[in-house]
Write a new protein. Structure first.
Ligand SMILES: [Zn+2]
Length: 371
């Protein structure tokens, strides 16, 4: 049996299916490519994921914050993220676009042949629940991602907890601007301009914009603002994955409810970000086939919706076809190694293949100083 860790992510709400009269082109301009000799790569492909960063760690991890233990378990701080990037870079990892890992051959989704710059190991990074959900606002994360007046990606947060309330625009406290800056300084950390995968839900909008149907006030305006950010992200080599619409447990909801979920994704998120082939299971909980090896109704719905690569959660790298049984319909499946407070404290040995936990752990802000 393949083991997987169930991650506790935060939410579940449902919107109403509705067809949007919006069209949007997602063709990105080509990111700058780095000229380097590429060689065939047959080793493992690492895929690491975390959540939105604890942009204001003193607030996020304070004892008075009701989110403290969730944040401490599921997230990392900006200092940890920066140290993580440095260690991965020093260990010769380089970011690859997840969509380059597979291709369609004779109607089947198969692993693609990989070529990477000599001496580099391909790495996928992904970030879950990038909604900046209103229920978590003002508890230590940023409010939203923006494109500033110079066309740069930044975070924006209304600082209400200080004696002097203000709106802060930062390039240094969320994964998007931090990674942008890191790749700018270390272009060989990115293969062909690739950045990372942003895993979205839709129940409370995306990227800090209230694009879901439950916003009846200024939804169109929010969608238009979100599109500006999406377009910039695509241009800069980022891509998107579906992390469901309402963040439900796949195996616990009915087929009917699952269908509604997908319809909500198609009508409320896809028109803003375009179609994605990547499905990232909430909580790392998944189902693929019935006992006779045929796809379950829910998995068939995902296949019919155009998803091609399916991502679970596991501390060891796994990129292969599931299920193993001979007569089953095979699905290309990739596990993602969680990088969060919980795994930093409990998976030190396993993570040492990637970095030394002691080198990145935020002893300053984490309540638990012993690891
Ligand atoms: Zn999640």
């Amino acid at each position: 049996m393949k083991k997987f860790i169930v991650l506790i992510c935060f939410f579940s709400i449902v919107g109403i299916a509705f067809a949007l009269p919006l069209t949007y082109s997602t063709s990105p301009s080509s990111p700058t490519s780095i000229s380097s000799n590429k060689v065939l790569y047959t080793g493992q492909v690492e895929h690491l994921f975390t959540h939105c960063l604890l942009a204001y760690p003193a607030l996020a991890l304070s004892e008075e914050n009701p989110m403290q233990s969730d944040y401490d378990r599921d997230c990392i701080t900006p200092n940890e993220f920066k140290a993580l990037l440095r260690e991965l870079y020093e260990n010769n990892y380089a970011l690859i676009d997840i969509n380059k890992l597979f291709e369609e051959k004779d109607g089947k989704i198969v692993k693609a042949t990989l070529e990477v710059p000599e001496g580099k190991k391909p790495l996928v990074l992904s970030f879950d629940d990038v909604a900046y959900d209103q229920r978590k606002m003002k508890s230590g994360m940023v409010d939203k991602i923006i494109v500033d007046e110079n066309g740069k990606l930044a975070s924006q947060t209304e600082i209400t907890w200080s004696t002097k309330p203000s709106v802060e625009i930062s390039y240094d406290n969320e994964f998007i601007p931090i990674l942008e800056d890191f790749v700018e300084k270390h272009p060989d950390f990115s293969i062909d301009g690739a950045k990372a995968t942003i895993c979205l839900t839709g129940f409370d909008g995306i990227l800090g914009y209230r694009t879901s149907l439950k916003n009846t006030e200024n939804r169109i305006q929010e969608i238009n603002s979100a599109k500006i950010v999406v377009e910039k992200l695509l241009e800069k080599g980022w891509n998107f994955a579906c992390h469901s619409f309402g963040h439900y447990h796949m195996t616990k909801i009915s087929d009917e409810k699952f269908k509604e979920e997908l319809e909500n994704w198609k009508s409320q998120v896809e028109p803003i970000i375009g179609q994605t082939s990547i499905y990232v299971y909430p909580y790392g909980e998944w189902e693929l086939t019935n006992e006779d090896g045929t796809p379950t109704t829910k998995h068939q719905m995902l296949l019919d919706s155009g998803f091609k690569l399916f991502c679970g959660v596991g501390v060891a790298p796994f990129f292969s076809y599931l299920p193993y049984s001979k007569n089953s319909t095979k699905t290309l499946f990739m596990d993602r190694t969680p990088i969060d407070g919980y795994t930093l404290r409990t998976q030190k040995d396993s993570l040492s293949r990637l970095f030394e936990v002691e080198d990145i752990y935020d002893y300053e802000f984490r309540p638990n100083k012993e690891i």
